[in-house]
Design a protein around this ligand. Structure first.
Ligand SMILES: [Zn+2]
Length: 713
């Protein structure tokens, strides 16, 4: 969701002040990365950085840094995933930060995409279907009191982990240090320190990342530097929910490469053809701008004096390649004139009695706007106001878009509707993905889910039964324009392609334009004073010009409104391994969240989440951490105007968010490592498999909910 991420100054809210925290096998210093981390000055990458201190994080946030994850404390320092250039990384390093992992270079996604397609083609050529096997199956003296809020253990790939969350009553003392001690059944003992976690200036609790322990822990106690001691607790197994085993012959593994929006469209068409009795394709009502931009050129030199000339219509509408130039008439006392002929815009500069050109940049921009307003908009480049206009050009207008296989026209976003009874009589589930363009693994999750439901409905009675009882809606790609841009032009694109910036359309900002679709909804929005979105059109979390200003967000709401039987929804994002629900936003002043769900609803959210986390773990033991399972505002950060809040508060839908792509434990380094937005395809494929299993469990949750309603109602 929600998520990724840029915080504005107004959203400077997450504060992590850590006590000394050391990991087994690591000291307080930043671990040296296995391979040196280098980035050229202009290269953009997603980098896990260990920051020097809280002040450095605050400065980054104030400057609108593109934070890809919630900063975490480790070893007494703050770890943040940042999208930045080599020059920005060099600045940070000079200020005492240390890069610990290049999660993803800008070009990695394209390479991983190409590799996945090549490998899929090779498999097809070899007569294989898909990438896998195809079918398979306290003391008196204490100043504070401690409460253990969470203590959970689980096992992933043979390694047992323990995670604890503890609250002290000394909430205002930033120096309280809390240590957790554990004991296993066979008598091994150990301890680790927790870090203090504040959000929006308010103490929340102390916690640590999951810690490796030798075997199942049976006892846990917390002690505080103020003398507080918690009662001993027995850590509980997390999530302690197991889905029904897959029947023999259960079909899965329908994803064999990354899918562009064009590929997704083709897949939707194929599924509709293949499963006519079970599928409707719904064209959502609001067509997007399409993979299109206006065409732009600099007239003059932006470093000296320039006017930015932009086409009124899009580049693909005949404006790419149009030329623009200024000329010296070569005669004295000539007026400034503007002419357009044969796709060349010619500005003839005014001259004085001596024949010297005298037009300024402002004169030229004004003349173009006055006489060619139907075709062009001209703006004086920042810093060029009032300067003499040079003889310049011809420069060619260009929209800068590189994709050659993307149709340049408004895009119709499509949803799949799956079910035996697609008439509104059954409880509805909505799964939607890729609100954020760069999250390439997410449509793989929703399409794998859709195809599993359809294929197994023919062969597996339990799946057939589910599609008898539940009406399933899937939007694989909410933001196709941004996704096309991410695949063809700029891997790190998060937003859509609509440029609401006014002023010179500086081509150097072309990768920063667009609206964050998941900040454009109406509930708890930036426009209502909530935290976690921006009014800056270049920000990664730009909220748009108004609530629901974008076709992409209007589409999600239109689908949910048109089908009031939808009672459950999952908004699929990447990465980080989170499982979240409302409230997803709060006001900065006092950290007032949107209303908390009732006790009954909170119980439903949590119990359903445990079932779904259990189903995700069925694939390859990936366990979503208890510390990352809960309300968005508690486990991630405030995300003003996100879609899950809209679905829950406006439409009464139980609305969750996945962040697929959990951190992977590296036993060699003893560190959790981030997977990024566009990992090597094997990782993206594994994410699609495990989270599709989670969505199937969501369908079972909906079925059970409907049954309980009719039993009690
Ligand atoms: Zn996202």
């Amino acid at each position: 969701m929600i998520v990724r991420r840029r915080w504005t100054a107004a959203a400077t809210t997450v504060i992590l002040i850590s006590a000394v925290l050391s990991h087994p096998g690591s000291g307080a210093a930043a671990p040296a990365p296995a391979t040196p981390i280098t980035l050229t000055a202009t290269e953009t990458a997603l980098v896990r950085v260990q920051l020097r201190d809280q002040a450095q994080l605050d400065r980054l946030v104030a400057a609108g840094a593109d934070l890809a994850n919630r900063p975490r404390a480790r070893d007494g320092r703050i770890l943040a995933d940042l999208v930045l250039t080599g020059a920005q990384l060099a600045d940070l390093t000079a200020q005492g930060a240390t890069a610990v992992q290049i999660v993803q270079r800008a070009g990695d996604g394209s390479r991983h995409h190409a590799e996945s397609v090549r490998a899929a083609q090779a498999r097809t050529a070899a007569g294989l279907r898909a990438s896998g096997a195809g079918q398979r199956t306290a003391t008196a003296a204490a100043v504070d009191t401690l409460q253990v809020q969470q203590a959970y253990w689980w096992t992933t790939s043979g390694q047992t982990f323990l995670q604890a969350q503890v609250a002290t009553t000394a909430t205002d003392d930033p120096d309280v240090e809390i240590t957790v001690s554990w004991r296993t059944a066979d008598g091994a003992t150990g301890s680790f320190p927790l870090s203090r976690f504040e959000d929006s200036g308010e103490y929340q609790y102390h916690y640590a990342l999951p810690q490796p322990v030798p075997s199942r822990p049976v006892q846990l106690t917390a002690t505080s530097s103020l003398g507080g001691v918690s009662r001993a607790v027995t850590p509980a197994l997390w999530p302690n929910a197991t889905p029904p085993p897959l029947p023999a012959g259960y079909q899965k593994d329908f994803i064999d490469a990354y899918l562009t929006p064009v590929d997704v469209q083709a897949r939707i068409k194929r599924l509709a053809r293949q499963y006519r009795d079970l599928v409707d394709v719904i064209d959502l009502p609001n067509r997007t701008q399409g993979y299109r931009r206006t065409a732009v050129a600099y007239l003059g030199d932006p470093a000296a004096a320039a006017v930015v000339v932009e086409s009124v219509s899009f580049g693909d509408q005949g404006m790419n390649g149009v030329q623009v130039r200024t000329v010296d008439p070569g005669r004295p006392n000539r007026p400034l004139t503007v002419g357009y002929r044969d796709r060349v815009l010619t500005v003839t500069l005014a001259t004085d009695a001596a024949g010297k050109t005298v037009s300024t940049t402002d004169d030229v921009a004004a003349a173009i706007n006055a006489r060619q307003a139907k075709r062009f908009r001209a703006t004086v480049e920042d810093g060029s106001a009032g300067l003499p206009m040079p003889v310049a050009g011809p420069a060619r207008l260009d929209d800068g878009l590189q994709g050659t296989e993307v149709p340049a026209r408004p895009w119709t976003v499509q949803a799949l509707r799956l079910g035996v009874h697609r008439d509104g009589s059954r409880v509805g589930v909505l799964a939607y993905s890729q609100e954020h363009a760069r999250e390439w693994a997410t449509p793989l999750v929703t399409l794998e889910f859709a195809e599993r439901m359809l294929a197994n409905a023919r062969t597996d009675p339990a799946t057939r039964q589910l599609l008898e009882q539940v009406d399933v809606f899937v939007i694989p790609t909410v933001n196709p324009d941004g996704a096309n841009y991410s695949f063809n032009d700029f891997n790190m694109q998060r937003k859509n392609l609509v440029n609401h910036c006014t002023g010179p359309p500086d081509p150097r900002n072309r990768t920063s334009w667009g609206v964050d679709v998941n900040r454009n909804y109406t509930v708890g929005s930036y426009f209502d004073g909530y935290v976690g979105a921006s009014a800056n059109c270049l920000s990664g979390t730009y909220a748009g010009t108004s609530e629901l200003s974008e076709a992409e967000s209007r589409n999600v709401i239109a689908l949910a409104q048109a089908h009031p039987n939808i009672k459950f929804a999952m908004n699929v994002h990447s990465y980080g391994g989170y499982f979240m629900w409302p409230p997803g936003a709060y006001r900065a002043d006092g950290r007032i969240t949107l209303p908390r769900p009732s006790i009954d609803e909170s119980t439903l959210f949590l119990n359903s989440a445990r079932r779904i986390v259990g189903a995700i773990a069925q694939e390859r033991d990936t366990v979503t951490w208890p510390s990352q399972t809960g309300p968005v505002a508690d486990v991630l950060y405030s995300a003003a105007g996100n879609s899950a809040d809209q679905l829950y508060y406006e439409l009464g839908i139980f609305a969750w968010d996945f962040e697929v792509g959990n951190d992977r434990w590296n036993p060699a380094t003893g560190q959790w490592e981030g997977v990024g937005f566009q990992p090597p395809f094997d990782e993206a494929h594994a994410e699609s498999q495990e989270y599709a299993g989670g969505l199937v469990e969501l369908v079972r949750v909906a079925r059970d909910y409907a049954a309980s309603q009719s039993a009690t109602g």
